[in-house]
Design a protein around this ligand. Structure first.
Ligand SMILES: Cc1cc2nc3c(=O)[nH]c(=O)nc-3n(C[C@H](O)[C@H](O)[C@H](O)COP(=O)(O)O)c2cc1C
Length: 362
């Protein structure tokens, strides 16, 4: 009923609000005896952490994760390993500044969740958006780090491929470049251009949207279950559950609606090892809801940050018309920090399907 969990066999539940004392998650169903250290989770969290460049929120959160349960170490385990019991992870909120948010106590930010939370619950933690704040996505990234350990042969990476009207040149795609610029951009030239572009947006008190591409290499064929547990269906739901995501596509996505069958078909040839070789990957590694063994490719669109310094029309809780200008610390392009979140959601869905496939097919 409350929908704070995702997954069936690898089940993640998150809890906490932006300005509460802490946020956390519980992962139930992680297999035992998987080596797992705090450092492995921290590495992923550090990629999403706020305040790392002038292009993300200046909220200073160290995001130090603690493992509260589900991991054990003694002289026989050879290091910390999962025990098969619920893994509970927690991060303390350090840098809350409730006063920054006093003006949204009674006024709804257009494009944010303020009005709908009030309409649904009749009560709202307005401090930083409470549960609707993307602070919650830190726990997705933490859980994603554990999910990656369930899938040691799968490599999940993501990149920002479009910021506002500015796209990358796909011919210049270089995965090594992704972690060398503040945007997770795979095209070094585009990343250079985006610095000036986003500075302009930020200084104008505005914000801009983005498109992120997530690629999972090494996914074995067979993950996903027709007809209501399709792999692509679950990936889309997981990506769409990320704050501010407004569109998701798999493979060539909406382009498939514009091209002909012979151009869209992923033609096949017989490989030397007996497995077929696909000559393209328009279907994004999923056929009939089941992974084909090709890279699984998803893309999602993130809307521009709705908390902006530009005044916009709104109404108050008591029904008066007014304008709102949201001060406080906001990302001018929330798509940037959504990149590690997209990777995490892909990892969580793939880990869940991997365990579900193993349960049914051995
Ligand atoms: C990493 C990340 C950071 C975000 N930071 C902000 C922010 O600083 N200000 C804001 O208005 N929205 C921010 N958002 C988006 C809101 O959380 C989101 O728009 C809001 O919860 C309403 O949900 P919806 O856009 O999915 O409908 C962020 C989203 C992500 C993914």
């Amino acid at each position: 009923m409350s929908h704070n969990s995702i997954g069936h066999m690898f089940r993640v539940t998150t809890w906490g609000e932006s300005h509460g004392p802490a946020i956390g998650c519980v992962i139930d169903g992680c297999p035992p005896l998987i080596p797992l250290t705090v450092a492995e989770i921290q590495t992923e969290l550090d990629r999403r952490r706020p305040g790392q460049s002038r292009f993300t929120t200046q909220r200073k959160e160290p995001d130090q994760v603690r493992i509260l349960s589900g991991v054990f170490e003694d002289d026989r385990t050879g290091g910390p390993v999962t025990t098969g019991t619920p893994i509970s992870l927690m991060i303390e909120n350090i840098d809350q500044r409730s006063k920054d948010y006093s003006e949204i106590r009674d006024r709804y930010r257009p494009g944010h969740a303020d009005f709908t939370y009030d309409a649904k619950y009749g009560v709202r933690d307005y401090r930083g958006g409470g549960r609707s704040s993307a602070r919650e996505t830190a726990m997705r990234v933490a859980a994603g780090a554990v999910a990656r350990k369930v899938l040691p042969s799968v490599n999940i990476r993501a990149a920002l491929v479009q910021m506002g009207e500015q796209s990358i040149d796909r011919d210049r795609w270089d995965w090594d470049t992704v972690n060398e610029n503040p945007f997770f951009c795979p095209d070094a030239k585009a990343a250079e251009r985006w610095e000036g572009y986003l500075d302009g947006i930020r200084q104008a008190g505005s914000s801009v949207g983005a498109v992120i591409e997530v690629v999972a290499d090494g996914v074995p064929p067979g993950l996903g279950a027709p007809v209501y547990g399709k792999l692509d269906q679950d990936i889309c739901a997981a990506m769409m559950s990320i704050n501010a995501v407004k569109g998701v596509e798999i493979g060539n996505g909406f382009e498939a609606g514009r091209i002909r069958g012979e151009d869209n078909a992923d033609r096949m040839r017989q490989g030397n090892d007996g497995a077929p070789v696909f000559l393209s990957n328009n279907n994004g590694g999923v056929l009939g809801g089941i992974s084909s063994g090709q890279p699984v490719v998803a893309r999602f669109a993130v809307k521009p940050t709705s908390s902006i310094l530009t005044p916009v029309e709104t109404v108050t809780r008591s029904g008066e018309e007014t304008d709102i200008m949201t001060k406080g610390r906001h990302d001018p392009c929330v798509g940037i920090r959504a990149v590690p979140v997209g990777e995490a959601m892909m990892a969580i869905v793939l880990a869940d399907h991997y365990l579900r496939h193993r349960a049914q097919n051995g």
